[in-house]
Design a protein around this ligand. Structure first.
Ligand SMILES: *Cc1c(COP(=O)(O)O)cnc(C)c1O
Length: 395
């Protein structure tokens, strides 16, 4: 048989860099090896029981058929209330589309907004899926670096310099994966001003909104003024806040013309996200919120412990993340690139982490604190021991 000629879109897609290492870690575990994983991209807590019960009830009641393809009016209204209360954003139901996770919401946006000559600005270190999603739309991505000494908060001047006449949109992700950076009001105002003056859309991925530790406040860029609101697409979901990654509910809110096209695209592709999951998400947004502060407290304690330990290591250091549940550790002192150190940590120390190259930096590795304190302690002991040996070998 002749080799298959794949579409241009798919030929450009890069397989996930993180997959190789995580599947190897899984295999090692299967063989009975005791591997500690810092690779998780999802909370390690169970979905709260009130949410599960709402879904069970939905099944029993027969809420198991198609819903409107852009989501139920009940869930859209709950999202509207949430956006108004938490984010000072006011939208009508037509301006909201419920999708199969925030990832799907983002994917829809690029499909609807971007074409071949367009460019999308991404702040590096970036979430692993942004470049590939942009590329799949036919557009190109351009990277602007946020520097570690600024706590990985991007300098708006660099955003301005990164714009070309082809720039259609930029992605803002605060709190950020993988760095935990939280963009303050001043920075967001500068970014908004640039976006408005250059007529560029802002896609604001706010999935880690509720996971901020310490005094920092989450600000939705779309809420800053009316002009930026008209150019902003706010993306969020229930995955990270409510430990609901498997339920696949996210949403986007934005200008009516754009949302209308997203709804049309979704109606011909996935149709509605699971009816049952929509009921669960409704309970997540409207039900009791105590779980969120419990999770936050636990994440904060793990973060503090990990940052303290890692910054006591000689050849590795990390900036204290203000949000999300990852540490982006600088490994320059080890003289290894991010894939080599990740492979060696896995093989020799039985600890899994994600190479920074997947997020645009080969001098970092990502360690997630979405794992128990016991695991964290044992895992860090192993890393420390391995580093001491590596440092001795380098001498
Ligand atoms: C996890 C994650 C998402 C997607 O979450 P969904 O499960 O698809 O809702 C989006 N953006 C970032 C930065 C993430 O880390």
């Amino acid at each position: 048989m002749k080799p298959i000629k794949f579409s241009e879109r798919i030929s450009q897609l890069k397989p996930s860099l993180t997959l190789a290492i995580t599947s190897k870690a899984k295999n090692m575990k299967k063989q009975g090896l005791d591997v500690i994983s810092f690779a998780a991209g999802e909370p390690d807590f169970d979905t709260p029981v009130n949410i599960k019960n709402a879904a069970i009830e939905a099944i029993k009641m027969g809420f198991t058929k198609y819903t409107p393809s852009s989501g139920t009016i009940e869930l859209k209204n709950a999202v509207r209330e949430k956006l108004k209360k938490d984010n000072s954003l006011r939208y009508s139901p037509e301006q909201i589309v419920i999708s199969c996770g925030a990832k799907h919401a983002l994917y829809n946006i690029f499909q609807v907004l971007c074409d071949k000559p367009d460019e999308v600005l991404i702040v590096s270190p970036y979430w692993v899926s942004y470049p590939e999603m942009v590329r799949t739309s036919g557009a190109q991505f351009r990277v602007v670096g946020a520097s570690e000494k600024d706590g990985f908060v991007v300098d708006p001047k660099l955003i301005e310099e990164g714009l070309t006449r082809r720039t259609k949109a930029m992605i803002i992700n605060s709190p950020a994966n993988p760095t935990g950076a939280v963009f303050g009001r001043e920075v967001l105002e500068k970014i908004a001003k640039i976006a408005v003056s250059k007529n560029i859309f802002v896609i604001s991925d706010e999935i880690y909104e509720k996971l901020i530790y310490g005094g920092e406040e989450h600000i939705s860029i779309g809420s800053l003024n009316k002009d930026i609101e008209r150019q902003t697409l706010t993306v969020n979901g229930v995955s990270k806040t409510y430990s609901m990654t498997g339920w696949r509910i996210g949403y986007a809110a934005g200008p009516p013309e754009i949302m209308k096209n997203i709804a049309a695209l979704q109606s011909h592709s996935t149709s509605n996200p699971s009816s049952i999951s929509q009921v669960a998400a409704l309970e997540a947004l409207r039900g009791k919120q105590e779980m969120v502060s419990t999770i936050k407290k636990e994440f904060a304690a793990r973060r503090d412990y990990m940052v303290r330990r890692i910054n006591s290591f000689k050849s590795v250091s990390c900036v204290k993340p203000k949000g999300a549940f990852y540490l982006f550790c600088n490994i320059s002192g080890t003289k290894l690139d991010s894939i080599s150190i990740s492979e060696r940590l896995l093989e020799e120390a039985h600890v899994a982490c994600i190479p920074g190259i997947a997020f645009g930096s080969d001098t970092h590795i990502r360690l997630s604190f979405a794992t128990s304190m016991e695991n964290i302690k044992v895992g860090l002991d192993r890393i420390e021991k391995w580093l001491v040996k590596n440092e001795a070998d380098n001498r």
